[in-house]
Design a protein around this ligand. Structure first.
Ligand SMILES: [Cu+2]
Length: 121
């Protein structure tokens, strides 16, 4: 068998495979893992939502709706735990994806009344 014959044979096999694939049940090809929906938190009037429950894998985005600057700092005041720590200037945003289950405390390092948790399930 020559190289050309071999190539033609292979092309034929691919064409047959593709034809079979097109008649397969949709479930066989549609298999991306379900993705957690993104969650938006508006930081407003010097407040975080006290607690928020989210599923694992959720990307949380904080948006500062105040004219004052805040921070989104993980840990329990005054102890940063190093998971995340971002300034949040007026109109600024910060995003973090919670991959693991648990309860995650965070606070604003500029305003002592701003303390909250995210519970990931
Ligand atoms: Cu603040």
């Amino acid at each position: 068998m020559t190289a050309i014959h071999r190539a033609l044979g292979l092309a034929g096999a691919i064409a047959i495979t593709a034809a079979c694939g097109s008649t397969a049940a949709p479930a066989a090809t549609a298999s991306p893992a379900p993705k957690a929906a993104d969650v938006a938190i508006d930081v407003q009037a010097f407040k975080f939502p006290a607690n928020m429950d989210v599923p694992k894998g959720t990307k949380v985005t904080w948006t500062n709706k105040d004219t004052a600057a805040h921070t989104v700092t993980s840990g329990t005041r005054p102890n940063k735990d190093g998971k995340f720590d971002s300034p949040l200037p007026a109109a600024g945003t910060f995003s973090f994806t919670f991959a693991d289950a648990g309860t995650f405390a965070y606070y604003c390092s500029l305003h002592s009344s701003m303390n909250a948790t995210i519970t990931v399930k």
